[in-house]
Unconditional design. Sequence first.
Lengths: 132, 669
Amino acid sequence: MSVLGKIFTWWDGATIGTLLNSWRTGEQVGTDAQGNRYFRARKTPAGTNERRWVLYAGANDASRVPPEWHGWLHGHFVDVPESLLPPAKIWEVEYTPNATGTLGAYRPQGALERGGRRAGASGDYESWTPDS
Amino acid sequence: MPKVTVDGQEIEVPAGATVLQACELAGKEIPRFCYHERLSIAGNCRMCLVEVKPGPPKPQASCALPAADGQEIRTDTPMVKTAREGVMEFLLINHPLDCPICDQGGECDLQDQSVAYGRGGSRYGRENKRAVTEKNMGPLIKTIMTRCIHCTRCVRFSEEIAGVDEIGALYRGEDMQITTYLERAATHELSANVIDLCPVGALTSRPYAFEARPWELKKTLSIDVSDAVGANIRLDSRGREVMRALPRINDDVNEEWLSDKGRYMVDGLTRRRLDKVWIRKSGKLAEASWDQAFKAIAAAKPGKNIAAIAGDLVDCETMFAAKALLGAMGSTLLEGRQTGMDYDVSNMAAVAFNSTFAGIETADAILIVGSHVRWEAALVNARLRKAVKHGAKVFVVGPEWETTYPATFLGEDVGVLGKLPKDVSDAFKGAERPAIILGGAALAKGALAPALAFADKFGLVNDGWNGFNVLHMAASRMGGLMLGYAQAGGIADIAAAKPKVLLSLGADEVDYSAFDGVLKVYIGHHGDKGAHAADIILPAASYAEKDGTYVNTEGRVQYAEKAVFAPGDAREDWTILRALADALGVSVGFDSFADLQGAMFAAVPALGEEGLADLGALPKGDAKAKADGVITYPIKDFYLTNPIARASAVMQQCSAELLHGDDLAEAAE
Ligand code: SF4
Ligand code: FES
């Protein structure tokens, strides 16, 4: 991403301010498979919860956080996921972010993007044409 | 009349009633499987057990026990309760637990009665269930014979009502199986009624298999238009589609039966539908808008040169709306007899079924002239069979067809009417309730006048009895005649008048070659002969898609309700005619369906009253009237007589397999 882009946009990755703040007050605890980086505050005032945050590699889309890191971000786990979750099983599929609004989005049967063909339903009829 | 006590309540029952009927009169529900009001008594399911004193100290089958004076009947004792539970338990030993996948589910007598009278559990859980192979009963009836409980209703129906020995039972006891003769398809015209009769899901409807559940269907009361009988039906629809048609009970018309065509042509309502406006441009039909179509008709400047031909399926309202439109234009060129018949309609009684369907059962000598009753009105044929069972003699003039009762064929020429063989005239002279049934084929040969002479000669009309009957084939015919859809010379008069515009109200049997150069406007619902010949097509509603009045061949006025909406751009017929009146710059005097009906009732008061219309007295016959010519029946294929049936895949299959099945088999060899 160009420097100007970094300065004037906010939707792809962290802004300059957030980057500065993360570097100044946070420490990185890990990254996930997509390259998102996870941070926590270096100092936690007594009586408050630890601050945790994520810097996205790419679009700022909260659904890109996989479930194990989601748990960590929201304070369900004390420690980073690698340290307490069992290793992924071979049958587990890779996490995919929400595809709504993208080409990969789910289209119901009969949607034009899926060819417009659907199963028959009551009320369907066949209209007459002069050559039939 | 015997007096009996039912659960302590004393009632008087008609002589000859059974204990079951006595209980019903007393308002007690008796569960039953094999008993049916319109069939003979079999007494083989044992579900109707009650306690009767005097008598042996055991429960008795009430359906087969005559009610006698002084009987004390109990339906609420522990003995009756355990007897019912026991019968239910026995029946369920072999009945599969199919309910979730069974089409009868929700309208199954076995289901309902096991809930109401069953034990709630079985002691035969470890017993293996009997399994029976599926039988072939043709394209309409699907069999799952493992479910059969051997009530034999289907067997009795085929034998007694339909009059064909097609379904029977093989083997005995637990091994008993219901099957068709040599596993051939059931081929008679009332075959599908066994589906309604079967109290379980052993016989279900094949075209409707797994389509819908009874509780998700909207039920609409309607009238069957597949013939001129006007059978009372119920259209079951889901969303915009009619899923099935079932008979309603009307003892005067269809009892509780329905012909296979009326029942199964409904799938034709979703095929070959006219759903947009078409205009012919340089020889080819092209899609257009309503506006363009109305402009094109107005541009033809018909003035009073406009004519209308009504098809076989239209309702009286449509015909009246067209008549009002033509009247406003100054024309009376109306005709409904599409095939060119021109019999005299100055007296409506002379073209109606005066004995009524229920009455014809009591006739004792019947002469059928030029009518293939089995195909033209299957339900009337069932009535004729009853008459014969009561001792009536039946004679037929016309080519031979397979009657379901003994009948004598007198040759194919209508001329026979003037010189009946001696035994026939003797039979009619001796008869108390003689009747004649005149079919369309006879009317076409000019047999109306000689038939009236015959009526005079043999006293067909005597006190309380009118034996003069005309059996029409089109649902719209009687209504059309009452509304004046008849020219003295038939359709030839219309062609001779050279109209500029011809409105065809779903007329698909007309020979349009006589109307070359006329702007033909087809207002109908199916793409059939009429649509192919038309210059402008205006899509309209079928009988299921509009309210309407129909008059059956007896002159019985009946109302049908709208079940679903017409597809696409199609509109109800009267709205099209109303809009056309605006386009032609005339006023027809109605703006709503209620207005239209009001105007129609004012013009023809008989249509305003449900039930038999008073058609007046039969005219005197002319003793010198003669007719001759060989009769040819107009119906060549029972299953394909109207545009809806022709579009129906089920009817096409029936025609191919049941009527031309032998040809198919030969071709395959
Ligand atoms: S098939 Fe149905 S109607 Fe026929 S005997 Fe079996 S249960 Fe009765
Ligand atoms: S109803 Fe009486 S035995 Fe079946």
